[in-house]
Design a protein around this ligand. Structure first.
Ligand code: BES
Ligand code: ZN
Ligand code: ZN
Length: 498
């Protein structure tokens, strides 16, 4: 798919004209700005065509029409944007996704012009591009008969913006396509079966991203032992796959601020000896989504040349049952010296994150953000709609929530009441790893993590509910969503689109 700028629509620019319309909007009134060659008769015909089809521009409404009006392409796709007062850039993101979904079913390359009266700025361009790219995602590398060969069809898309300078357009295009492509990159990683996506393979992929400002360091088991990352190593004990500590560092010249991202990278979570049920572990290859998200974010940050140091840390390992596996009741000593009684080997993510958080805090970054498919409890609390956010710094949390809004990803803050740490008290060690079953599980997990962060501003995103979708929803095709790439990119690139 190619996306380009156009100031107006002409016949050559479109096999399909897409109109994103607000509720009860008469397109004929705005048409001359976008399609100057239309005469009065054509404008009247256009209004008639829309009216005949009963299209009113409500949110989610769509129609696909054949058109015989001189000066207009043969096919018009109408997409409703709802009330103009409720408009947010995310609607154009969803519009983009709808278009690319439609294009997936067309086997021949099409030229498509997108026209909407929605705000003409870089942010809208970015959102449309993201939608187009996100909606086009498919994963068919394991299909021997390539059923979706049309994904290779190279459609040419024009976004028509008569009132936007081309340089602003290019800014939005570059940002949106980088964020969209990086998100799809993370989706590919999360979709990869665990037999292939091992900690070593994940490390290889991270290493393959290096560029002059982006360095990658991978620490092997002996170095992880030297660092005394006992909690992390405990999780890796039962797996034939050795752990890999991945550190990706983006440091452009002249940057002063440093943000560290930590992604949960459990390449498969069987639960360990506290074994999950068959259905509970069916999709646990995606327990490394947090890792995929932070690695993809670093890829985006480097491509966008952002002026901020960003580090991604992944304590990658696999959680398996075995003769050598961690047992319930074992006591581990974390890198910060705290002892942890493991009452449930399925609460493994927080063990890996504990050491990653302490490791990250030693470099004294300005902020640490971890992202993890951490608890089933967040799925119960917020469903597949929103991720949970917690932390020790309200400003950072608020900033994540508001950048999430811009990016079209919903975050909801969960409480960290002191009482929640009561359930993490151990009789024999400093802490237990799992709190009381069925009681504020996402919050107690965050309370556990807090034990490993010093005073550095820190936020924790629990994406267990939002990292995967069983049904297609707007810009999210079925499968891995890579939730978080967009929010993190918008946060790190703040002000870039203005
Ligand atoms: N990876 C799971 C969390 C998860 C659940 C992710 C469902 C995606 C969908 C995590 O390691 C886990 O098993 N957590 C336990 C913690 C409990 C034992 C305290 C859980 O949520 O049940
Ligand atoms: Zn688990
Ligand atoms: Zn897990």
């Amino acid at each position: 798919m190619q996306i380009a700028y156009a100031k107006t629509v002409n016949k050559e620019l479109a096999d399909i004209l897409v109109l994103g319309l607000f509720q009860d909007e008469k397109f004929s009134q705005v048409a001359p700005r976008f399609v100057p060659q239309l005469d009065a008769a054509a404008l009247a015909d256009l209004d008639k065509l829309l009216a005949q089809n009963g299209f009113s521009g409500k949110k989610k409404e769509s129609a696909d029409l054949l058109c015989r009006i001189p000066g207009l392409p043969p096919r018009i796709m109408l997409l409703g944007l709802g009330e103009e007062n409720d408009y947010a850039a995310d609607q154009t993101r969803k519009l983009g996704a709808k278009i690319s979904r439609k294009l997936k079913s067309l086997k021949t390359p099409m030229t498509v012009s997108i026209v909407t009266r929605a705000q003409q700025n870089a942010a809208t361009v970015a959102a449309i591009c993201e939608g187009l790219i996100l909606g086009s995602f498919s994963f068919n590398r394991y299909k021997t008969k390539n059923e979706e060969q049309n994904t290779n069809v190279n459609h040419q898309i024009y976004i028509v913006m008569p009132d936007l300078e081309q340089t602003k357009f290019e800014q939005g295009l570059h940002f949106g396509s980088t964020v969209g492509t990086s998100t799809n990159f993370a989706r590919n990683l999360a979709n990869e079966p665990a037999c292939n996506m091992t900690p070593a393979h994940l490390a290889e992929i991270a290493s393959s991203l290096i560029s002059p400002n982006l360095k990658c360091e991978v620490k092997y088991r002996d170095e992880i032992e030297k660092l005394k990352m006992g909690a992390y190593l405990g999780v890796a004990m039962g797996s034939a796959e050795p752990p890999k500590l991945i550190v990706l560092k983006y440091s452009p010249p002249q940057a002063s601020k440093t943000i560290t991202l930590i992604g949960k990278g459990v390449t498969f979570d069987s639960g360990g000896l506290s074994l999950k049920t068959a259905s509970g572990m069916e999709t646990m290859k995606y327990d490394m989504t947090g890792a995929a998200v932070v690695i993809a974010t670093l890829k985006a940050v480097a491509e966008l040349n952002l002026e901020c140091n960003v580090t991604a840390i992944v304590a990658a390992c696999e959680n398996m049952p075995d003769g050598k596996a961690l047992r319930p009741g074992d006591v581990l000593t974390a890198m910060n010296g705290k002892t942890i009684e493991v009452n449930n080997t399925d609460a493994e993510g927080r063990l890996t994150l504990a050491d990653a958080l302490y490791f990250a805090s030693q470099d004294k970054p300005d902020a640490i953000i971890d992202i993890a498919t951490l608890t089933g409890a967040i799925v119960t609390a917020l469903g597949r709609t929103a991720a949970g956010v917690m932390g020790n710094n309200q400003e950072l949390i608020d900033s994540l929530i508001s950048h999430g809004k811009e990016a079209g990803e919903k975050l909801w803050q969960m409480p960290m009441f002191d009482e929640y740490s009561d359930t993490l008290k151990s009789d024999i060690a400093d802490l237990k790893n799992a709190g009381a079953r069925g009681e504020a599980g996402s919050s107690s997990a965050a309370m556990f993590l807090r034990e490993f962060v010093d005073s550095t501003p820190w936020a924790h995103l629990d994406i267990a509910g939002t990292a995967w979708t069983d049904k297609e929803r707007d810009e999210l095709p079925k499968g891995p969503t890579a939730f978080g790439v967009r929010t993190l990119c918008y946060l790190l690139a703040a002000d870039l689109l203005n």
